[in-house]
Design a binder for this molecule. Structure first.
Ligand code: ATP
Length: 250
């Protein structure tokens, strides 16, 4: 089976600059206690990161901050060099288009076929239908979904829906890929195959952040950096993440 062209072109274009920067970021929902606290880190453009930690540690919440579905209660977040809290509402869609997201609950469009779900980001970007036909076909083939192209999400298994969600997130070659437990519903062989897709995307410069409990998946990528969340804080035993020398304003 041919690998999607995503992984075959282009050398690694990573630049050692911060594509994501968090400074003293905290998050609370409503009037509740802070569930994320004092997050200070910087993600390298072209880096590959796993986000781990026990259930309830705040992984999904941190990812939501990354893909702009949630605003921090305090602190500053810079994405692609822009301070997200000072962005105008009108600027958000363009920023969001640079981010591919694999949601834990897939969030596929129920009225669209698998093919049309995967094609969505390309259609929004104005790609020609002939190009869409070939790249979506290739991607579905790679994900083992060639014979499910015309199926609606409700008729797909959980693992098939997850693969459609991943294909949709990677097809537009986002600058940042954020995936929440992307291999939770597939067998180890398919998990390895999907990881290969994330690696291919990473090789052409995409920064990848994957939240997962899957130790085997992490073990397959020894070069990846690990971010561990515990009770809303990032453990940083190796010192690999930058900590600003002092609090802003002090
Ligand atoms: N929309 C919300 N409103 C209120 N509290 C929330 C909301 N979303 C998450 N929480 C709470 O925030 C905390 C962190 O949840 P989050 O889903 O980010 O953790 P997680 O590490 O992703 O967990 P899991 O591994 O089980 O998916 C939990 O205590 C959760 O109950």
């Amino acid at each position: 089976m041919r690998r999607p062209s995503i992984g075959l072109q282009g050398a690694r274009t990573a630049v050692a600059s911060g594509i994501v920067q968090f400074e003293y970021v905290g998050l609370r929902y409503g009037m509740g206690a802070e569930i994320l606290r004092d997050l200070n880190f910087s993600l390298r453009e072209g880096g590959f990161y796993f986000l781990t930690g026990p259930s309830g540690a705040g992984k999904t919440s941190l990812l939501k901050l990354l893909y702009l579905a949630q605003s921090p209660s305090r602190g500053a977040i810079r994405l692609f060099g822009e301070n997200v809290s000072s962005l105008r509402r009108a600027d958000l869609p363009a920023l969001r288009r640079k981010i591919g997201v694999v949601f834990q609950d897939f969030r596929l469009a129920g009225h669209l076929s698998a093919f049309d779900n995967v094609a969505l980001p390309l259609r929004i970007a104005g790609v020609s239908e002939s190009e869409i036909a070939s790249s979506v076909g290739e991607m579905l083939d790679w994900a083992g979904l060639a014979d499910r192209a015309s199926a609606r999400p409700a008729t797909l298994s959980g693992g098939e829906q997850q693969r459609v969600a991943i294909a949709r997130a990677v097809i537009g070659r986002p600058k940042l890929l954020v995936a929440d437990e992307p291999t939770g519903n597939v067998d180890p062989d398919m998990a390895a195959r999907l990881l290969g897709l994330f690696e291919a995307l990473n090789r052409i410069g995409t920064t990848v952040v994957i939240a997962t409990h899957d130790i085997q998946l992490i073990a397959r990528m020894p070069a990846a950096e690990i971010m561990r969340l515990d009770k809303g804080r990032l453990a940083d035993p190796t010192g690999m993440f930058r900590h600003p020398p002092k609090r802003p304003g002090l």
